[in-house]
Design a protein around this ligand. Sequence first.
Ligand code: BMA
Length: 839
Amino acid sequence: MSTAAAYSVLELGGTFRLSSPTYHTSVLITLPGDVHGALLANGEIPDPYFGENEKEVMWVNRTEWSVERSFEASAADVDGYLTLTLAEVDCIATIFLNGEAIARTDNSFVRHDIDVTGKVREGSNTLRIEFAVTRDVAKARAEAHPFPLPFTKNYQTNGLEGIHLNFVRKAQCHAGWDWGICLMPIGIYGTMQLRRSRLARQESVQVDQLHSHGAVELTIRTRIFAFTAGEVSISHAIDGQSIRETVPVHRGENLLIHGVRIENPRLWWPDGQGEQPLYELETELDGERTTRKLGLRQLEWVVEPDEIDHTFKCRINGRDITMMGANWIPADAIPSRITPEVIRDLLGSAKAANMNMLRIWGGGQYEPDCFYDLCDELGILIWHDFMFACMSYPSDRAFLASVREEVTQQVRRLSHHACIALWCGDNEVIGSLGWYPETRAAPERYVANYDRLNHMLGTIVEDEDPARRFWPSSPSMGYLDFSDGWHADTRGDTHYWDVWHSAKAFEAYRTVNPRFASEFGFQSFTSMNVIETFSEQKDRNPSSPVMENHQRNDGGNARILETMTRYFRFPRDFDQMVFLSQIQQGLAMKTAIEYWRSTKPRCMGTLYWQINDIWPVASWASLDYGGQWKLLQYMAKRFFLPVNVVAVPRHAELKTNSRGLPVEGAAPTQIVLKAVNDTAAEVTISLEVRAVKVGGGDRVVFSGSSAVGPDAAMAVATLDVADLAADEFLLFTWRDAAGKVLGENDYFPKPYKAYELPPVAVSASWAEGPAGPVLTLEADKPGLFTTVTVDQPGYFSDNAITLLPGRPTVLGFTPRHGGKFSAKELAATLSIRTLADTF
Ligand code: BMA
């Protein structure tokens, strides 16, 4: 053995030359990175997110690109066994080392470890990667397939051509979605390294947990690849314990298993339920050192018969915990912009809104390691789909082999994370069998085709991560149940889309009682300052071509506007319309989530669609592209409070229209206030309910205390609507035993448009508090959805709030991206508005 260290890494990321046989400018590209990002940085293309530029840059994904760099290797760098590791090569490419084709890639979710021993020379070397045009390959594969596999209608939004992405393993939303731009990015986003090993390299380190009697047994499964037979030295260290041994290995993959017992582990809990202690596991194989952070917790899914049908709930450390959160899509359509900082910002906002679960949706991607590390750190559980969505996929041997490698690698990479709660086969693929003429015409064929892939996914989870639950699809009714579970609310998870996609009244949310609502959503426009980044003044009209291009769901803008006419007075201008659309979106989600939470323990999860945007667009997201909080994000922070009080209207008879749908705003006869307690301890709350006149003046209509048991929901007050005057709404505040305000909520028995809202004057004063600037608001009349904004990046402690005269409200401000602003700076850009300003 040489005297050099046993293991070393030469980073191959950096500056490459980007060129194409058909596009004769050669520019520099930074890898890891993507072609669109490089062309944009070099001024070769306009900003694809601006106006309708998407159409102008479509040529980029129809071009054959190649990237090339030379790199120097020293004598020490090439003395040993060499692996070229490339992760997330997007997508179909040939890799050349010193002119020799050494590998082909065609699955961007697979990490490639290419044996290049003897192929890298001391001195100068050349690495070149040539990318094929994905859409051409996809089309050829679709045409050669023995029967049609239609692609999702989401690829046809705004007149763009469709593409058979179900034949290619890359993020399915890269060709657009009903919220996504079609860019079809090309690039390499993950690790690019030349690794030199003495004899073997690490492939994966997995850790299984078995909790019992106040201790946890960890089983550490280390996979290593040995270039030849011999002996390696391996060690693991965790919590003051260490294991070190020299083991014989055979050529190829070797599995080493070690056990560690930790007594009295400090348990990891999801956000809002306890701490997130992390134990560090350090692994060393012949000098190759890796670390993993482990949250120790017991996690099970309880899916078993009950008096309704079947439960569907997540049990953590022995407690059934309600999951609250949203669906996650890739953070940017230009992949090089998905930096750890961007991910940290978005996940930080999820936590700040009291979320404890995100669902990584199957039309996107497996996220980078830092995503899962942060979720472990923040206490955010992950419902993880595998990457299939909304259409049928091939099930031939070559496709299944590629997916097997992908899913096996991903499960091995991620299974040690405390945050991973569930592996789910796909998004809506079962449901999609009913969407296309081809699949409808031959259901048996497509179900069999589906099951070949889906069954394989389940067996991979069983083999690779036996402690975790595999759930076949989202939504699903359960094991080998291929019926369309979208509207079933007695078992499994539910996607309830009738309010948005079928234009039902918000009240329709209260006509279904899901066990776990994994998708439901309502759109709004992205905030005005974001619209300004992609439009000119003339475009700021909901039916302008630019605004329509930034709306990818057919009829979406019309749906937003039409819904306004049902609940609100029509907004007086574009800016107010944008603002009102966000109030409306928040109300839709509030209606659903408050009601479903109040049915606990029937419903044990609500994940709305969706938390983030991939580009600036009108969508269901609660965060604007760039991470700014829309009003839904603020409302989520309130409707996800662990201890909450919600209003559930009761109708003597729910009026329905000719289609049998609830008539919006049909006045209830009673309002039941229900307290929801998602904590492990009983809480005693004192509740005060006031009837408030929209023009000012209020009276107390209920006050009383209730003890609400742990993990329970119960009715705490019932009020007759007949006792309220026509201009009154309910405002209720609950406090803990010490009198501290735990929360506040309100309820309007009639649609907002029915109330005569007078203009409201809100005054603001700023002060420097110990934890940063504080803003005090006071209104001369009840201020509904009072919203404050500043130009600086950050979010207020609350927003879209109800102000009452004579009752100052104090707000804090949390800067984003590590900013720091004085009260004076924030005051300079403050703007305030209320619902009364919208018409
Ligand atoms: C769901 C998702 C996505 C889609 C969303 C909005 O069902 O799974 O496919 O973006 O609806 O239509």
